[in-house]
Design a protein around this ligand. Structure first.
Ligand SMILES: Nc1ncnc2c1ncn2[C@@H]1O[C@H](COP(=O)(O)OP(=O)(O)OP(=O)(O)O)[C@@H](O)[C@H]1O
Ligand SMILES: [Mg+2]
Length: 358
């Protein structure tokens, strides 16, 4: 089944109010669709599918193909409601994302329901971005867990998440790598898709066989597609250290993504821990806080972020223009932040500058 057909199917269903029934309907239709024109799991293994733009997706057999890797239990990562396992399927190194809701009894069912809905939403977001597969973790196929939740299989980035910028890349190639991620964010925004959880854990790094490095954006679990005239809800989750101060007033916006990207750059280029803005951000979002007070707290957040960056970045082998870019991206006022496409262009310019490293 072509990615566009899957997208059409999911869009039809996910924008209506739905529950288990719709999820099962969708999974069944996708499964049937995948069967057409695609090799079944128990047929002899042929050559690995071509890794090229606009790939077809496979429906994997849980018992035969996925469960053995889950039982082996080699974890690539673990998040709020799921685990990502290492696997190898059809000659591809893969990452298998499995939803594992917590709790027992009625609580468990609620978690399971929420997890099922969010994995479906993530799938919808991922499919939408497959045509730019160099910029995003490539989806190879899906299956569903015996409990009914959707489980995605994607190409594994062999260097994992970007925990720090490898020393040998510092700073020139590191800047170019970041411009790749910024291009990915810009492409999402162009497609009216907002990421909502940009941070080092969700930026993957892959070394190709020719030695070149590619950066891919992952984890679209909190991403939102904004239809014309719509806006994201105000209860958008995220990771506190990377959340823009205005998030709970405005909901998810392009500027909120740029803020998180700015903090991510600051954290990775400086080697510091994420700025502890949680407390201040909590005060800022309190229901009884008046606008003036909120502004004051936001400006305090900005000062703290900037003070930290200044402290760590001064003397580091990065040029002032990178510091300025980080500051602008994490500016308290959303309107002062550059668009993601500008961030990409400026990173390329800084990387091309002769003063880098000097
Ligand atoms: N394709 C991949 N290749 C290599 N590592 C991956 C891949 N996908 C995920 N990982 C690893 O697993 C971790 C968790 O994956 P991901 O961010 O998708 O899930 P999560 O944070 O658990 O999701 P959620 O926030 O939706 O609960 C990543 O930070 C990364 O280290
Ligand atoms: Mg994640």
């Amino acid at each position: 089944m072509a990615a566009s057909a899957v997208l059409a199917a999911t869009e039809q269903l996910t924008y209506r109010k739905g529950g288990w029934q719709q999820l099962h309907l969708l999974l069944t239709s996708i499964k049937e669709g995948f069967k057409e024109g695609h090799r079944e799991a128990d047929q002899p293994q042929g050559p690995a599918p071509q890794a090229e733009k606009g790939p077809s997706l496979r429906y994997y057999n849980w018992e035969k193909e996925i469960a053995p890797w889950v039982q082996q239990g080699e974890l690539l990562g673990e998040g709020g409601c799921g685990k990502v396992y290492k696997g190898c399927l059809d000659g591809h190194d893969v990452a298998i994302k499995v939803v594992t809701p917590k709790g027992t009894g009625p609580e468990h069912l609620t978690h399971l329901h929420n997890a099922a809905q969010s994995s479906l939403q993530e799938f919808n977001n991922v499919v939408r971005l497959q045509q730019d597969s160099d910029l995003f973790a490539r989806l190879l196929g899906i299956t569903h867990h015996p409990d009914g939740t959707l489980c995605m299989v994607s190409e594994r980035a062999n260097l994992g998440a970007l925990e720090d910028i490898p020393k040998e890349l510092y700073p020139h190639e590191g800047l170019l790598l970041f411009s790749q991620y910024a291009h990915g964010v810009a492409r999402m925004h162009e497609l009216r898709t907002l990421h909502g959880d940009l941070k080092p854990d969700n930026l993957l790094l892959h070394r190709k066989s020719d030695g070149s490095l590619i950066g891919r954006i992952a984890d679209l679990g909190l991403a939102q597609i904004l239809l014309p005239g719509s806006s994201s809800g105000l209860d958008q989750g995220g990771t506190p250290d990377f959340m823009a101060p205005e998030l709970e007033l405005t909901g998810l916006t392009c500027e909120v993504d740029v803020y998180a990207f700015g903090i991510t750059m600051g954290v990775l280029f400086s080697g510091m821990d994420p700025v502890e803005v949680d407390e201040a951000a909590k005060v800022a979002s309190g229901p009884k806080v008046r606008v003036a007070k909120r502004r004051k707290v936001m400006s305090e957040v900005e000062d703290r972020v900037h003070a930290k960056f200044k402290e760590v970045l001064v003397g580091a082998p990065v040029v002032g223009s990178l510091v300025n870019l980080v500051f602008e991206c994490s500016h308290r006022l959303p309107g002062k932040r550059p668009a993601a496409a500008q961030v990409a262009a400026r990173l390329e310019k800084i990387a091309g500058s002769r003063t880098v490293g000097g």
